[in-house]
Write a protein that binds this ligand. Structure first.
Ligand SMILES: [Zn+2]
Length: 320
């Protein structure tokens, strides 16, 4: 793939994966756990009303909410990857150190929470570099993983993946293989795979969790899906993934989702529904989920996959 300033859409080849019989037997692989560390006013749901210049005016709750997440993980013995917004890492470097000191991984969630497909390649690279520098300066450890705001690496922004590879990232977790009004690439693989670029560089992909039902991929066990959909659905889907496909789950959520006391923002009805519903139930749901198995960081999850079986490769090529 050639990365150009025009953001030319790449053509994706070889997305169909071979059936992997080893996985079907199930090997008790650990689940992957991730947290997108951002505040309640950073979210895409309210981005049409809240300009980034006004963020400093909002009372911040990300530190106390992330502490709550750390306590919960310590209670159940879970480990995770915390994708930290660079804007947060610049202001709260101590929080990055606390996450690392508790034995978790820190990774990059961009700097200004802008969706990738709204940026030029240059803007994307600058935003990512600023965030990575803030996180690495705070924690003193190399950042290996990236998750785009609102899973915004989709067909027209696949160019971002080669930039991440060039910049030395090991993995991405932004390509959600679902159909959604804000994000998604339904044809993308559902389990970890590797992007390979013509330049010779490569990048592992760890997709957020989906369950296959009647020929469609449905999201499960992440953020709003865990919080809003009934818990029987989450239990049913994870059991199906484990028993039918021999796979473990990739889970994500946000610190603000455990905070029913957060200040209420005005916004569209759909946005308020997505953001505020069941905040009071989320902590119990996360606790139940984490007690159901072993949870590790995305880096450890990737290592266990690579040790068990090589990840199938996917090729991304330029359109012309
Ligand atoms: Zn986010």
């Amino acid at each position: 793939m050639t990365v150009s300033s025009e953001n030319s859409p790449p053509r994706v080849e070889s997305l169909a994966l071979p059936v992997d019989s080893a996985w079907r037997q199930g090997r008790g692989l650990p689940n992957a756990l991730s947290v997108d560390v951002e505040d309640y006013f950073h979210v895409e749901a309210f981005a049409d009303r809240i300009r980034p210049e006004t963020w400093p005016q909002f009372p911040t709750r990300v530190v106390q909410n992330t502490h709550r997440v750390l306590e919960l993980f310590a209670e159940v013995g879970a480990h995770a990857t915390f994708f930290v917004l660079g804007w947060v890492a610049e202001r709260e470097p101590g929080l990055v150190r606390q996450i690392l000191a508790a034995g978790h991984e820190v990774a990059c969630h961009s700097h200004m929470h802008r969706r990738v497909f709204t940026m030029t390649t240059r803007e994307f690279r600058e935003d990512m570099r600023r965030a990575r520098a803030a996180i690495e300066d705070a924690g003193g450890e190399k950042v290996l993983g990236y998750r785009a705001p609102t899973f915004s690496i989709r067909q027209e922004s696949l160019w971002a993946l080669e930039i991440l590879a060039e910049e030395g990232f090991l993995y991405d977790s932004s390509v959600f293989p679902v159909k959604h009004d804000l994000y998604g690439m339904p044809s993308a693989p559902r389990f970890p795979y590797k992007w390979r670029f013509r330049s010779g560089s490569s990048l592992y992909e760890i997709p957020p969790q989906t369950v296959r039902v009647f020929g469609r991929n449905l999201p499960v066990a992440g953020g709003g899906y865990l919080r809003i959909l009934p818990m029987w659905y989450t239990r049913w889907a994870l059991r199906r993934i484990r028993e039918r496909e021999g796979r473990s789950a990739v889970v994500y959520f946000h610190p603000w989702e455990l905070d029913p006391q957060q200040p209420r923002l005005s916004g569209k009805l759909k946005s308020r529904f997505r953001h505020y519903l069941n905040l009071g139930r989320m902590e119990q749901r996360v606790r139940e989920l984490l007690r159901g198995g072993e949870f590790v960081s995305l880096k450890t999850f990737l290592d266990t996959h690579l040790a068990a079986k090589p990840v199938p490769a996917t090729l991304v090529t330029a359109a012309n």
